[in-house]
Design a protein around this ligand. Structure first.
Ligand SMILES: NC(=O)c1ccc[n+]([C@@H]2O[C@H](COP(=O)([O-])OP(=O)(O)OC[C@H]3O[C@@H](n4cnc5c(N)ncnc54)[C@H](OP(=O)(O)O)[C@@H]3O)[C@@H](O)[C@H]2O)c1
Length: 311
């Protein structure tokens, strides 16, 4: 990408899209194009066509999607599959038809088989049954990845998929019931600190499951790196390579938030998958390395979180 290339970031108000837009602006890119959901509903094919016909972006980061936790996924499966299929079909097809040079589609590690061998290699896709709770979402994402591959193969369109591990960071969803592990834990430690007295934090499960977390700014850096350096119509895992147990994460969170009370692990609650980590060999072989340590990432996120609570 040149500094004046026309670059469309779809979903620039979300956690991942906003990090990509920040990274591009910090890198001196002057041609970043954005539209809010209200300005351009990406599930509206006619609106997407008009936008691409008028703006003709050269590079497209597709970070817009309907995302949500287990509750939303299991109760609104119809919305998840329809809206995501529409968004990605409209954007990938219009990008190709209106001459984009390259498109990067955001996949998700939840589309790998539930019992994939760890660390998960890209070839594990479609080799086993998926997690049932978010099947409509996962199937839509697999369709998006397949559409990128098929457009690359049939039309020579340079479209590829990035598969991030668990993302956390500035702009994360802070909803008390619908947030991911890091944001949910941060909220509980923050609220316990504010409550003071003998407030304690109870963490679900034994604390032993291992997770690979990637900071949103690191993911954005990898996306920009791949847009500049990768062509090939495949998909690429993007993880930090750094594993942390839920127990270690809770201890780190306690220290970053400055909570001085007790932390308890409720072993009667489910642990979930014991280990989830991606194999990042393809990406690291290209020369990319994560820059944000888990401690620095959690500190940065907490600064943002604390400010957002005061606003
Ligand atoms: N967060 C993670 O841990 C994670 C992990 C792996 C992969 N990913 C992938 O990364 C991508 C972005 O995730 P995220 O965490 O950044 O999600 P997010 O914070 O919810 O952002 C999604 C963005 O898409 C926009 N959007 C949704 N539906 C739209 C529509 N119909 N038309 C136009 N805009 C629409 C949203 O706008 P509104 O808010 O205005 O609706 C929002 O700005 C997703 O594809 C996700 O699967 C995320």
């Amino acid at each position: 990408m040149k500094t004046d290339s026309r670059i469309y970031v779809a979903g620039h108000r979300g956690m991942v899209g906003s990090a990509i837009a920040r990274r591009l602006l910090a890198g001196g890119h002057t041609g970043v194009i954005t539209r809010t959901h209200a300005e351009l509903p990406l599930d509206d094919a006619a609106a997407v066509t008009s936008f691409f016909a008028a703006e003709r972006p050269e590079y497209v980061f597709l970070a817009a999607a309907k995302v949500g936790g287990i509750v939303a996924n299991s109760t609104q499966g119809g919305d998840f599959i329809r809206e995501n299929l529409q968004i990605q079909t409209n954007v990938i097809d219009a990008a190709y038809r209106y001459g984009a040079r390259k498109l990067l589609f955001l996949g998700s590690s939840c589309i790998y088989p539930k019992f994939a061998e760890q660390p998960i290699v890209e070839e594990a896709l479609l080799t086993g049954p998926l997690e049932e709770t978010n099947l409509p979402y996962a199937v839509a994402k697999i369709a998006g990845k397949t559409m990128c591959d098929a457009y690359a193969q049939q039309y020579g369109f340079d479209a590829f998929t990035v598969m991030p591990s668990n993302v956390y960071g500035v702009g994360d969803n802070l909803h008390p019931e619908h947030s991911h592990v890091v944001a949910g834990m941060m909220r509980r430690f923050h609220e316990a600190k504010r409550a003071g007295g003998d407030a304690k934090v109870v963490v679900w499960g034994t604390g032993s499951p291992l997770r690979e977390l990637i900071d949103a700014d690191d993911l954005a850096d990898a996306c920009v790196f791949l847009m500049n350096n990768y062509s090939g119509g495949h998909m690429i895992n993007v993880g930090s390579g750094e594993e942390i147990s839920i127990r270690q994460l809770a201890i780190l969170m306690r220290s970053v938030v400055g909570f001085e009370g007790d932390v308890e692990f409720d072993a009667a609650r489910p642990d979930g998958t014991p280990r989830k980590i991606m194999d990042n060999t393809r990406l690291t072989a290209m020369g990319w390395r994560p820059k944000v340590t888990i401690t620095a990432g959690i500190e940065k996120m907490y600064t943002w979180f604390a400010e957002s609570q005061q606003a």
